[in-house]
Design a protein around this ligand. Structure first.
Ligand SMILES: [Zn+2]
Length: 433
């Protein structure tokens, strides 16, 4: 018998395939920014916001062993200086000083800072705020340093907080802080919000600049919290037409939502050409949410993340609303796997703690749809699409990369200052290595 023409080279068989290193470099580096202390705080027994959902999320991520594929970073708290990049001094002073024990002393200023049932004063409230804000800032730093392509912080995404006041369970607006940080290097940042509520705090912060475009998909009827987010909120002065709103009705389903999301996002990206994206993944747009009224399943919500990621831009992925903790955590674990391009078994890992929360189905993809009538007819959705496209047409391409307008917080950051900052960053990164 003659020798076979092709023989196995033992080295090739035993070692990695020829192209793996090439493929690996194509894979996007994903960092996961967390601080387990965020999950320990309580807004109050009857309050729908449960930071505990973050612990469930982390346990699912660990249970599926996704931590082996991520760069894990335990973030430090945001400093007072960092928080003041956006928030008013007086408001931060108040947040730092008020506690459930001394709240009586502050009785007169509580309405001014919008403290009440939605935004109560609970033990450690300021500490909780600087923990989640610290993780979003950390995510922005990793992106700026080029150490991460996709940076995730599920404890962040508190999109309602305003410069001078708390709102909608949010005290410090971590999203605005992270975007301000990104603007130091990136000419244009696109903010996308798929929480069921309008991303009003972020929209307001960047309402008069063209350096941030905000795009929010949400329920709108004029009454549903926060009551804003109609088509006519388009931005002012240099920011005119750079606030995009997609108001929806109750019960929107997977197919319509994903179709609309994609058909809006692609032209937005083509027209605005952002240098980075911040995506708020509020989980209250899922079906079966305690406060929400859409019909989305986990896969459809995740498809919006997958589509956003497919454009290959530096991306920060944040949490947000979500008031049925077992579904919030399933969603954010699934979306972590989407960022990683990893397929997960539908059956939840049996060895994880708190498994009982996922009874009776123990599935990553419970059926969450069909509980609420879909009030979004095809005709209505087509008209929504037409409205958004019309606003986009008036933009006529991306604004100048000359950074025409520098947000006030960044005023004075000259080219020289920018270079010095980059050098400092490089130096700091050297130490970190
Ligand atoms: Zn929400």
């Amino acid at each position: 018998m003659s020798e076979p023409t092709i023989v196995f080279d033992s080295k090739t068989v035993e070692n990695t395939p020829l192209y793996e290193s090439f493929l690996t470099t194509q894979k996007r580096r994903v960092s996961y920014h967390f601080n387990e202390e965020a999950a320990r705080y309580h807004y109050g027994v009857r309050h729908p916001m449960k930071p505990f959902r973050l612990m469930l999320t982390d346990h699912l991520v660990l249970g599926y062993k996704l931590h082996n594929k991520l760069d894990l970073y335990r973030s430090r708290r945001a400093t007072e200086t960092e928080v003041r990049e956006f928030h008013a001094e007086e408001y931060i002073d108040f947040l730092q000083r008020v506690t459930p024990d001394n709240i009586k002393k502050f009785q007169r200023v509580l309405p001014k800072f919008n403290i009440g049932d939605d935004c109560p004063i609970f033990d450690g409230m300021y500490d909780y705020s600087i923990i989640y804000a610290g993780s979003s800032l950390d995510a922005s730093r990793k992106l700026l340093a080029g150490q991460s392509d996709i940076a995730i912080n599920w404890s962040g995404g508190l999109h309602h907080a305003k410069k001078f006041e708390a709102s909608g369970f949010c005290y410090v607006n971590d999203i605005v802080l992270a975007i301000l940080n990104l603007l130091r290097m990136y000419p244009r940042v696109l903010y996308i919000d798929i929480d069921i509520h309008h991303g009003d705090g972020v929209q307001e912060a960047f309402y008069s600049t063209d350096r941030v475009m905000t795009l929010s998909f949400h329920k709108y009827n004029g009454e549903f919290f926060p009551g804003t987010g109609n088509f006519d909120e388009i931005g002012t002065s240099l920011g005119k037409n750079y606030s995009l709103n997609v108001p929806l009705r109750d019960g929107i389903d997977d197919e319509s939502y994903v179709r609309l999301f994609k058909s809006v996002l692609e032209p937005v990206l083509n027209s605005y050409r952002p240098s980075a994206i911040v995506l708020q993944c509020g989980a209250d747009s899922l079906g079966g949410d305690r406060l929400g009224c859409f019909n989305l399943n986990i896969k459809a919500h995740g498809e919006c993340v997958a589509y956003t990621k497919s454009f290959g831009l530096p991306l920060i992925v944040l949490g947000g609303g979500g008031y049925t903790p077992r579904n919030v955590s399933r969603l954010w674990c699934y979306e972590t796997s989407v960022c990683l391009d990893v397929d997960l078994e539908t059956r939840l890992p049996s060895s994880m703690p708190f498994l009982k929360y996922f009874a009776p189905d123990y599935s990553l993809h419970p059926n969450l749809a069909g509980k609420i009538d879909n009030k979004n007819s095809r005709k209505f959705l087509d008209s929504v699409h037409v409205q958004v496209m019309e606003q986009l047409r008036t933009l006529q391409g991306a604004p100048s990369v000359q950074m025409a307008e520098i947000p006030p917080d960044l005023a004075g950051l000259t080219e020289e200052g920018e270079k010095q900052r980059r050098d400092e960053l490089d130096e700091a990164m050297k130490d970190a290595r």
